[in-house]
Design a protein around this ligand. Structure first.
Ligand SMILES: [Cu+2]
Length: 355
């Protein structure tokens, strides 16, 4: 038997009875009512009849509207904006040492409350105050220094994917081990192989340290570069707002429906390169589906030839890849998780293709 506080959103969404029973418990711990109300409103338009019956809050939206939440998250409250994160690359401070390029980054971990959907607060742990952390960018062969400062009240690390020494692997078992609150350590490695990698905290319990928001992307460009493109960062993530080891909110770049409310504007016929990564905790798989188009897919970005030409890609946790696409038509084109439940809980958005 599960403990009385273990009310999963699946149970919540499953039946009217489940929803009714769950609500009083959820009220005690989190602002889940807001999620519930908003999802109920969404359900009024897309058929979660049981859910809406349980919440009794399905009157606000006319049938057929696309809007899934009421209001939007003010980026000034979070201190970061998905509309900016999507095109924000941190190339570090560049110096030359012994004939090679050195890129120096600074990452500070901190405890920070963020808003992941309108009115839904989440007690995050963040790198440089944002979730996902900064998208670090280097070229294959560069020497990378990441000065990590732990400004959080918990021990953390940064574990980078890539090829490097045990000392700089960022796990509690080797090198400097956990970096304690107030302490710092500089991780050093050569940027290789080229591709799309990730970094994340590796302190135990690992699921908690990742789910709280300590992750980000590391893009390593091939020496010859890639063709000119409009480059986008999409980190697929989820948030467990009621501590039941299941996510209540899903998103790309943290804020539910961010690119539904503010579509990503791209140009017709221009090459768009999406750096796509899945760091979602608690679910085995996440996915990305693009409407009305197909894209080339480069798993992990470590080869220059695409493996797939497709409209849907599925990634396990830690998997990532590059999608390259051109839009032949102007207009609004949806993208979303092809796990329908995730899409309903926040992971969907639009491209606005213009001339
Ligand atoms: Cu941690």
């Amino acid at each position: 038997m599960s403990k009385p506080t273990k009310i999963s959103r699946r149970k919540l969404l499953g039946t009217a009875a489940g929803a009714t029973a769950a609500l009083p418990l959820l009220h005690e711990t989190v602002p889940h009512r807001v999620v519930h109300d908003q999802l109920a409103q969404a359900a009024g338009t897309d058929g979660h009849a049981g859910h809406s019956a349980g919440g009794g809050t399905t009157t606000a939206h006319p049938k057929g509207t696309q809007r899934r939440t009421v209001g939007s998250v003010d980026p000034r409250v979070n201190g970061f904006d998905p509309a900016e994160i999507v095109r924000d690359f941190d190339r570090g401070t560049v110096t030359r040492e012994g004939g090679r390029t050195v890129r120096t980054f600074e990452i500070v971990a901190e405890d920070r409350e963020i808003e992941v959907a309108p009115g839904v607060k989440f007690a995050a742990w963040a790198y440089n105050g944002r979730v996902p952390g900064p998208t670090l960018r280097a070229t294959e062969g560069d020497f990378v220094r990441v000065k990590f400062v732990n400004g959080s009240s918990h021990p953390h690390t940064i574990h980078f994917h890539g090829i490097h020494t045990a000392r700089h692997d960022g796990i509690p078992e080797t090198g400097p081990r956990n970096i304690q609150p107030g302490k710092s350590f500089t991780y050093e490695f050569e940027a290789r192989p080229f591709g799309l990698h990730l970094y994340h905290c590796h302190t135990s319990p690992l699921a908690e340290h990742i789910a709280k928001g300590l992750y980000g992307m590391l893009v390593i460009d091939p020496k010859a570069g890639r063709p000119e493109a409009d480059e986008l960062v999409m980190v697929m993530n989820g948030f467990d707002t009621n501590f039941d080891s299941a996510n209540e909110i899903y998103a790309v770049n943290t804020v539910a429906f961010a690119y539904h409310d503010k579509p990503i504007r791209v140009k017709r016929d221009e090459l768009v390169r999406i750096y796509l990564m899945n760091i979602t905790e608690f679910d085995l798989l996440n996915s990305f589906h693009l409407h009305a188009n197909f894209f080339d897919y480069y798993p992990t970005g470590t080869k220059l030839e695409p493996r797939d030409f497709t409209d849907t890609v599925t990634q396990g946790q830690g998997e990532r890849g590059i999608c390259e696409v051109r839009f032949p038509f102007t207009g609004r084109f949806m993208f979303h998780a092809h796990v329908s439940e995730f899409a309903d809980l926040g992971w969907m958005g639009f491209f606005d293709v213009v001339d």
